[in-house]
Design a protein around this ligand. Structure first.
Ligand code: FES
Ligand code: FES
Length: 272
């Protein structure tokens, strides 16, 4: 691996993770490199504006840029996949491969991992070629052809799910009756937070609410109803519904939210 590539991995992953990724490299693919990196800051509302003309690596169709947002765990991969002068000319995805976390590049059609050549759809992050098996996360973004600005919204959520307002999410029990029942659960992405969360009514009747971001390498965990646990398909970490690790490689619990009950609602705080 070239010193340039090694330096890039250190810069984007940190020294330890870069070493781990580097030792897995069977040999770099000749024409595929991780997208160049830029550092940005998000607005208070969680939006990032990219003036495309400022980035020669992104401006032409087929271009790509790795965007590190201050305070965010996972860098973003911005790809210029079309040139229709339309809001969806660009796509924004997680920039780290779900196999073992190498930084990703773009060949003008697909997102490609230079480490072991996994291939992902630039449109929706779906796996097109293994060894990765877990799709990339996608992020809401809209390009304005009049201003040339791509706006990425890191806190976009589901319109049919309660929003996070001042870090609080309220679930009326009339709309979420499953939270009354032992074993009941709710999951979704609150606008204003932008990441999937889970709320559970546990066996002892207590409520638990946790984030979906795996603490190993930031893939998204999924709820397995039969096993009553949260499973990360990237490297098989398992967490309880209360967020505790029961199987590594993750070593830290999932982020937890404070849960309280009023007579007719379940209220989460700290969703920020
Ligand atoms: S890290 Fe192995 S294919 Fe991406
Ligand atoms: S990201 Fe590696 S186990 Fe979850």
């Amino acid at each position: 691996m070239s010193s340039t590539r090694r330096g890039f991995l250190k810069g984007i992953l940190g020294t330890g993770a870069a070493s781990a990724a580097a030792t897995t490299l069977p040999g770099c693919a000749p024409d595929i490199n991780p997208a160049p990196v830029t550092d940005v800051t998000a607005s208070e509302q969680g939006t990032v504006d990219i003036l495309v003309s400022r980035y020669p690596d992104l401006e032409p169709v087929g271009g790509a840029l790795t965007v590190r947002v201050s305070g965010e765990q996972v860098p973003l991969l911005v790809v210029h996949s079309k040139d229709d002068g339309a809001p969806n000319d660009f796509s924004v995805l997680s920039s780290l491969c779900t196999h073992v976390g190498c930084p990703l590049g773009f060949d003008g059609k697909d997102v490609i991992c230079p480490c072991h050549l996994s291939r992902f759809s630039a449109t929706d992050g779906a796996v097109l070629q293994r060894p990765a098996t877990v799709p990339l996360q996608t992020f809401a973004a809209e390009y304005n052809p009049n201003t040339g600005v791509l706006r990425i919204n890191l806190r976009a959520g589901q319109s049919d799910f309660p929003a996070a307002v001042n870090g609080q999410v309220v679930f009326p029990l009339s709309q979420f009756p499953q939270l009354r029942d032992v074993g009941g659960s709710v999951t979704g992405v609150p606008s204003g937070y932008g990441k999937r969360i889970f709320v559970f009514r546990l066996q002892d009747g207590a409520l638990s609410a946790v984030d979906s971001v795996c603490t190993h390498a930031f893939c998204e965990v999924n709820y397995r109803e039969q096993e009553a646990d949260l499973f990360c398909a990237c490297h098989a970490s398992i967490f309880t519904r209360d967020g505790a690790v029961t199987q590594g490689p993750a070593t830290r619990p999932l982020k937890k939210f404070t849960v309280s009950e009023t007579g007719d609602s379940v209220v989460l705080t700290g969703v920020a």
